[in-house]
Every structure is written in structure tokens, then in C-alpha cells.
Design a protein around this ligand. Sequence first.
Ligand code: AMP
Ligand code: ZN
Length: 458
Amino acid sequence: MKIYNTLTGKKEEFQPLKEGQASVYSCGPTVYAYAHIGNMRTYLFMDWLRRALKAGGYTLKHVMNVTDVGHLVSDADEGEDKMAETARRARLSPYEIAARYTDAFLADLDALNIERPEIIPKATDHIPEMLEIVEGLCGKGYGYEISDGIYFDIGKFPGYGKLSRIDLDELKAGARVELNEEKRHPADFALWKKAPPEHIMQWPSQWGMGYPGWHIECSAMARKYLGDVFDIHTGGVDHIPIHHENEIAQSEAFTGKLPARYWMHAEFMLVDGGKMSKSLKNTYTLSDLRERGCAPAHFRYFCANAHYRSKCNFTWKGMDDARTSYNRLVSALNAHREGASGACAFADDAKKRFTEAVADDLNIPKGLGVVWEIARYPEKHRALYELMLECDAVLGFDLGAAPPEAAPLPPEAQSLIDARQAARAAKNWAESDRLRGELKAMGILLEDSSQGVKIKRL
Ligand code: AMP
Ligand code: ZN
């Protein structure tokens, strides 16, 4: 299997440390809000990597953390802790906020058929492991104390900037007006923050009460579960210049070894060609998609059309097309199920091409193209049905278990559903009820729930 390594800027043959095993660390969510579809794109990439490695014969040891403390409003150590800020606004404790959004996040993973990593540690359970590294770094001269915390001295670590290929002078030139005059370099980052008395999450340390910086969490949890060196580290592209650069600096300064050999990053999802942001009200969640009649499986299908290293642009039109295509794929699968038994030469060729696509830096869109060739093959073969399911073990659409309502709806029913959605959005309840009645007469039942609209066949 070849994978693109951000660290070297090249596609490289994957060579695991241990024969037949892949150790993977994925940066997980900060659990202070519902995950949006951009976040989920990054976790779908993580899942496709898992599934591809498994299909390639590797057993997996995969860790994905949950950040429940220490991620400040700005990744560059400024502002309040995201958890604490949300808790203050909601008048709940940060632990209640963390529990609520961790559950919601895991439910989203399940809904998208994203396999859960073997180990899902949370930051607040690993304070001693983090302090061990912070103390060790201070002992080795990489950490220094200032009035608000303990900072990492990037000037002492010669490799700083190797992931994003930027040097210290460039970083200094690009830094905003320095808010913290005590830091030795503007890009020095917090390993440990001293907690003011009102900060709810705080733990004892040799520097008094405090809480960890975001970056140290990943260094500590990766080391605890995967050792000083492991195979692959994943995250979103936004992690390259700060979070992962800092993780490398801390871990390598502490252990003397580069923590991961391959660094993989998923590109961002855009909405209507632009940035996703709360102010534009386009940070959609899976629930928003369900409200528009799009199931999580349709969203997974949508994401499968773009390579993880390309930006992917979410539009409702694209999402509707994905739903239609997904449903057609289910019908095509079912047609092959009833096909002729016996060998099919095309199946062998298609299988080879699918495997090659996935092994080429996770080219899921190309793999999906091969699955469509299988689906469209004019002769119906049971062997092609079985091959589609085999490919689906990597794509993760769960096509075999797709409920009957996933079969294509008649086009007129789809337009009635869309019209009803528009009526609901315009709060025209009478029209919405009338359209619902029309659909019922066609044998299609719509149920509105907190999860969105469910479509059932009578
Ligand atoms: P967070 O919970 O904010 O730490 O983000 C969780 C994950 O989602 C990280 O791996 C980010 O890189 C990723 N992410 C954030 N925004 C987007 C986006 N628009 N598209 C794709 N991935 C994103
Ligand atoms: Zn991380």
C-alpha cells in the first residue's frame, strides 16, 4: 500500500514497524459542540484508512483521543478553554458538556458506519502521563516557566517546522503582535497552563494547580497506547502547522525519536465553494442532513467522490445527487444478487483494479468508479454481487444491509418530498400536510422526528 506522507511530501510504500500490524493515532474531536459535516469528512477519511489497512491484511491498533480539556479558543494558545467557555454559557460543568458531546459524536460515528478505533482515551484521564512529559521536557531544558504556565522553547528544537516546512524566522515574521511578552519566541507553545481559582478543570502539579495544553495531550496518549514510535498519525490539514508540529517537537525532544513515521492529513470540506463557518450558518450537522431527507449513508457516499487530499465542496445539489446514486447502487447490487451462479472473468479483473485503487494512497473515488463498472455490468452474476459486497467492506456503505426504503423512490415522489421540505421551511403547514397526504396515497409515509424526516414504505 502506498500512502502520501506529509512529512516527506511523497507517496511512500507503507512499511509497518511490526509485520502485519498497523499502529495508528488519529486526532479526535474537542467535545464542546456537535460535530459538523466537515469534521465528519475527516473521520470518514480515518475510517477508510482503517478499512483499507484491514483489507490489506493488517491488524489494527488504532487510538483516537477525545479532547475534553485544554483546547483554547485559538489553536495558538490564546483565549479561554473551549470546554470551559461552552460550560459557562450553558451553565453546566465542563464534564457535563464533555459527556453530552462525546455521546453525540460517537452516535454520529455509528450512524456513518465509521468503525470505532480500538482505544478512545480522553484527555482528563491522562493528566499524570502528560505531566511526566512536561516535567521531562523541563529537565532537559526544552520547557521553561513563565507567569501563566510552562512553555516549550522551539528555539531549542532544531527540527521545529519540518512538517509544515517553515523555519523559525518565517514563523517570527508571520506572528501577530505578541500577546505574551514573556515567551522567548512568539511560536513557543503552552505545555501546561496555570489555572486561576475559578477555572473548574485543574490538577495539582509542581507548578501549582493547572491544566494541560492541547498538544501535550496527543503526545501523551499516543505514547501511552502505541509507544514512543508508531506507524501512522492522522488529522485534518489544519493540524499541520501548529498542532502536529508541536506534537512532533514535544515527543521527539522527550523520547529522542520521531513519534510517527507517516503523517496523513485530510483536506477541508467547503460549503458552496466557501469556508464553513457558524456566522454563515453553513456548519451543517448530520441532523440537518436528515431533515432534508439525506441519510448518513448518502453523506458517506457523497464524501467517497473526492480524494481525501482534495478539497471537497458540499452543496445540497451534490448531496441530492449522492442520494440518488447511492439508491441506484443498492438496486444494482440487488439485481446481481439474483444473477447467474458460476465464474465471471470480469469479476477477477475488477477486483484487481479496485484493490489497486485503494492501495494507491486510498483512492476511494477511483475504487467507487470500479464498483460502478461492476454494478453496470450488463450480465447479472452472483459473483458480481459478492464482489460488490467485498468492495463495500472497504467503502463502508453497508450496501447489503441497506433497508428497502433505500431503493430509488419514483421521481414524482422525490419532487413531492422536496416540495414538502420547502413548505415546511416556509412554515406553510397546510401545504406540507397536503403533500404528506399525497405521498401517503402513493404508499410513502413520512415521519418527522428529532432525527429528521424518516421515509417509510407502506
Ligand atoms: P475539532 O473538534 O475542532 O478539533 O476538529 C475535529 C477534526 O475535524 C479535526 O481533525 C479537524 O482537522 C477537522 N476539521 C475541522 N474543520 C473541517 C472542515 N471544514 N473540513 C474537514 N475537516 C475539518
Ligand atoms: Zn492531536
